[in-house]
Design a protein around this ligand. Structure first.
Ligand SMILES: [Zn+2]
Length: 271
């Protein structure tokens, strides 16, 4: 019987063997963990199998932004070339999606690096025209490292109607979007006026409807900002349907208390 290899032993695989093994493992992971997690793990898996050096942090961040943009575009939350994403790459600069491109078709090299005054640090594509809004967020929220601006159809319908998402209806939305999702008064897209209108809400909110325009979600990291965006659109969709059915029932104070308690309690096996 072949002895089981040492944990750190390097596998001697030809590139096509490694690729085939990575593909099979990814399919298995997709069954166990879901396709998104499998795709997220794929690059690390291939590197582990081929013995390639770890991906540098900067390259990883660019890849994650491209993957997030593709996901949001696939979900229909960024029609045409709309929407923009950024991450704080370091205290002194951010990476932002470029102007004009369809965000689902971007490549990692298309992202634009800007310093915190909006100066472009590398030649190439123009940054999103909404870069001032992203800078405005990072300037006042040191805890935020990612900003996602989308045009989700149902959430934008609430933004167009001037109706905030401020009622406790869905557990996930309460936890992720609290205290509420306000409607920020209209400012023309890309204008300083839009940044000025957003400013008063920034200190203590993480998700915003931009009147007659779209949505903005913040996160400690990109995954959190994306999750808030998806949850915001889901909430808007459910609310719209519930109102057609006669109106939503609200979670009670007791429901909210138990919800927050459940989330802060340690899992049963670690008590
Ligand atoms: Zn927009």
């Amino acid at each position: 019987m072949t002895p089981f290899p040492e944990p750190n032993a390097k596998l001697e695989l030809a590139p096509d063997q490694a690729e085939s093994l990575a593909r099979r493992l990814t399919l298995r992971l997709a069954q166990d963990l879901g396709p998104e997690e499998a795709i997220r793990l794929l690059p690390a898996l291939v590197r582990a199998l081929t013995g390639a050096p770890p991906e540098p942090a900067q390259a990883r961040l660019r890849r994650e932004v491209v993957q997030a943009a593709r996901r949001l575009a696939d979900l229909g939350l960024m029609a045409g070339t709309a929407g923009n994403l950024s991450v704080r790459e370091a205290p002194s600069h951010m990476l932002i999606t470029p102007a004009g491109l369809r965000k689902g078709e971007m490549r990692p090299d298309d992202l634009v690096r800007l310093d915190m005054n909006g100066n472009q640090l590398s030649p190439g594509l123009r940054p999103s025209s909404e870069f001032r809004m992203h800078l405005g967020v990072y300037g006042v929220r040191p805890d935020v490292n990612a900003v996602v601006h989308t045009h989700p159809p149902h959430a934008t319908a609430f933004a167009a109607a001037g109706i905030p998402l401020d009622r406790p209806v869905l557990a996930e939305a309460v936890l992720l979007l609290s205290p509420k999702v306000p409607v920020v008064p209209f400012g023309a897209p890309s204008s300083q006026q839009l940044v000025d209108h957003l400013q008063p809400w920034l200190a203590d909110h993480n998700a915003f409807l931009l009147a007659n325009h779209g949505a903005v979600c913040l996160g400690r990291d990109l995954a959190e900002a994306v999750q808030r965006t998806e949850t915001l659109e889901f909430l808007a969709r459910v609310l719209l349907a519930a109102r057609m059915l006669g109106g939503e029932n609200l979670l009670t104070h007791a429901d909210l208390r138990s919800l927050r308690q459940t989330r802060t309690e340690p899992p049963a096996d670690s008590r």
